[in-house]
Design a binder for this molecule. Structure first.
Ligand SMILES: Cc1ncc(C[n+]2csc(CCOP(=O)(O)OP(=O)(O)O)c2C)c(N)n1
Length: 642
């Protein structure tokens, strides 16, 4: 395409081995071209832009100096890995990022040997690098061999407990490994907490320029264990790195901070570390999220995630939405509740915008807590807020709540504390793929004694559920809702407080009952319309609750129909399994009752549009219709008969 950037040097690089003969100044040029190519690709695909732009020079420097895929380069979260993908045999597919059948937006072992460890949830990279370094020293065998273990982790991700657990262990094992702390003073939102202020102090108080000169001039001027003849330099660098001591107290050699956009600093530092490191080393690199693309640099989120956009203007091509988003509805209702009740408070783990809590943070900052990327802490913190007489809403994406699961069990459920879990991005999420799918929360929440579990069928239902959760003081309660916009239904003038454990009838029909839990209700209704044309009118009900189940309603449905079909946007072991358990306990199957439960298939579904993913999962209207016909024994037109 003519509007693609000119990239003469990059055009000669298919893989890192092709970079080995390049001079330092050519590497600078390569980084420039790589940046343009990244911008151009993401303008066509949408996706994570800012993080990748911030590590372009780092990516080039690492691949020039280290020997991937033998050396294991592990990107934390890996939303910053697009430039890495371009340099590692995937440039020809980079414009398929995040689409069905295309490249994943994250590193993925099955995609490339240059992705030794998949990620998408944060703060796993140091543990992974340590595992590789120990496997190497124990003689582990893998096809590409085992060389260095290098983790690249952002300052936001560094704030999570796992990163500290891994550093604690790494310092103790004292294995040779390299952690690159990519400090851009950003998470998705501005980073929060003591670590963030600490990192700022590491460079704010000292003359950065001096280090620049040092790094440029002399590779020997590095701290322990790069001693050789560098006592003076060591003292100097240590002095500059005011309190690099925190990492040192974990047993790491600390180097930095260095300018991550200046190859003249990065190349010598990386070469020296490679030549001389013995135990774990942490290199503190300062970068700018969105670097080199003005619209990203200027954006509030530094171009963290973007739709497709126009490269010249930076204008994103967003399709206008017809209905409000579920996230927005949650955020608005919470603020209304908080206005009336000063005990209402909220917790987010580094996702104030994504979870709709930004408004609450603005209006009631003293009652809205961004705890950083710290879901485990966030859940326990919410538990104690509840124990202290507050009414906490713990707002997390389904997929990230997984990380706080023991806290949900141990701190919330066992103590019957009234934490309100607002579970966003429930169900399949689209372009982010399997790592972000909210597939498991129905199962892992509904199996907990005393937990109330609701799913909103549409945005009006979500309004009721937010208010129902606020009013529920008897124990923990969760409500789930999907990514994206609502169904466009009329919004209630007044929220209702739902009766706990009661579903609602949508349509009375005959022979077969469809019992929906969550937003598949829309597809169920469409299926029912198609069935009506075939003379079949199914009964439709919205369960609202997976726990407690509406026993009465479900047993009535059984009594009045030949068959019952449940559907939910979740993996096996959720709502349908609870209904199946109820029916078996009641002896319903003894009389040959027909029961089906439509759940996500037992596979991890790769990225595609949500509708495509639900097609793969066989959960769209035509597939629901087919299931009804199958269970009733009605052959479909065109179906082959034996
Ligand atoms: C466990 C977990 N919680 C939340 C997220 C959502 N998330 C994706 S990237 C990100 C910010 C990461 O910040 P940082 O590590 O500083 O990297 P940057 O984007 O600034 O390069 C967050 C919170 C996640 N990926 N994993």
């Amino acid at each position: 395409m003519s509007d693609r950037p000119s990239t003469p040097l990059l055009d000669q690089i298919a893989r890192p081995a092709d970079m080995k003969g390049l001079s330092d100044s050519q590497l600078v040029q390569l980084a420039h071209e790589l940046r343009q190519e990244t911008i151009s690709a993401v303008s066509e695909t949408g996706g994570h832009l800012g993080a990748g732009l911030g590590v372009v020079e780092l990516t080039v420097a690492l691949h020039a100096i280290f020997d991937t895929p033998r050396d294991k380069l592990i990107w934390d979260v890996s939303h910053q890995s697009y430039p890495h993908k371009i340099l590692t045999e995937r440039r020809d597919r980079i414009r398929t990022l995040r689409t069905k059948g295309g490249l994943s937006g994250f590193t993925k072992r099955s995609e490339s040997p240059y992705d030794p460890f998949g990620a998408a949830h944060s703060s796993t990279s140091i543990s992974a690098a340590l595992g590789f370094s120990v496997a190497r020293d124990l003689g582990g065998v893998v096809p590409e061999g085992l060389g260095e273990a290098i983790a690249v982790i952002g300052d936001g991700s560094m704030s999570a407990g796992m990163a500290f657990e891994a550093m604690n262990n790494a310092g103790h094992l004292n294995k040779r490994m390299i952690v690159i702390l990519n400090d851009n003073e950003m998470s998705i939102a501005p980073p929060v907490g003591a670590l963030s202020s600490y990192l700022s102090r590491l460079y704010a108080e000292e003359p950065f320029q001096e280090l620049k000169a040092v790094a440029k001039g002399a590779a020997s001027l590095l701290p322990e264990p790069f001693r050789e003849g560098a006592k003076r330099a060591k003292d100097m660098l240590k002095g500059m790195a005011v309190g690099g001591t925190m990492f040192e107290s974990f047993g790491f050699s600390y180097v930095g901070p260095i300018d991550g956009h200046d190859m003249d600093q990065m190349l010598p530092v990386l070469r020296t570390v490679k030549a001389r490191a013995k135990g774990p080393v942490l290199i503190h690199v300062l970068t700018k999220k969105g670097k080199g693309y003005a619209p990203a640099e200027a954006a509030r989120d530094k171009g963290h995630a973007t739709a497709k956009f126009d490269v010249v203007t930076g204008k994103q091509h967003k399709t206008p939405s017809n209905a409000p988003s579920y996230t927005g509805i949650f955020g608005d209702e919470l603020v209304k509740l908080a206005a009336k009740d000063d005990k209402i408070c909220a917790v987010t783990a580094a996702m104030p915008d994504g979870t709709g809590l930004a408004l609450m943070a603005e209006r009631y900052p003293s009652r809205c807590f961004d705890v950083g990327i710290a879901e485990q802490h966030g859940v326990t913190f919410a538990a104690a807020l509840a124990a202290g007489g507050m009414k906490p809403f713990c707002a997390m994406y389904s997929t990230f709540l997984q990380r706080g699961y023991d806290q949900v069990v141990h701190d919330v459920a066992i103590q019957r504390l009234p934490v309100r879990f607002a579970i966003d991005r429930a169900g399949l999420v689209g372009a982010d793929g399997a790592t972000h799918a909210g597939s498991f929360d129905i199962g892992f929440m509904a199996n907990l004694p005393g937990m109330v579990v609701m799913a909103a069928a549409d945005e009006a239902e979500l309004v009721h559920m937010v208010h129902t959760a606020a009013a529920h003081d008897a124990g923990p309660i969760a409500f789930r809702y999907p990514r994206g916009e609502g169904e466009g239904v009329e919004m209630p003038e007044e929220p209702q407080l739902l009766e706990i454990g009661k579903g609602r009838m949508i349509q009375e029909g005959k022979r077969v009952a469809l019992l929906s839990f969550g937003t598949r209700l829309g597809e169920v209704k469409k299926a029912a319309e198609a069935l009506a044309a075939k003379g079949i009118t199914p009964t439709i009900a919205d369960a609202r609750f997976a726990k407690p189940l509406d026993r009465e309603m479900i047993l009535d449905l059984v009594a009045g129909h030949e068959a019952l079909i449940c559907i939910e946007e979740g993996a096996v072991g959720g709502f349908g399994s609870h209904v199946g358990q109820l029916l078996s306990d009641e002896g319903v199957f003894d009389a040959g009752f027909k029961y089906r439960s439509i759940v996500l298939p037992d596979t991890f579904i790769d990225q595609a549009s949500p509708a495509d993913m639900y097609e793969t999962a066989a959960m769209n209207a035509p597939q629901i219709e087919a299931k009804v016909l199958e269970v009733l024994g009605v052959a479909q037109i065109g179906e082959k008969r034996a």
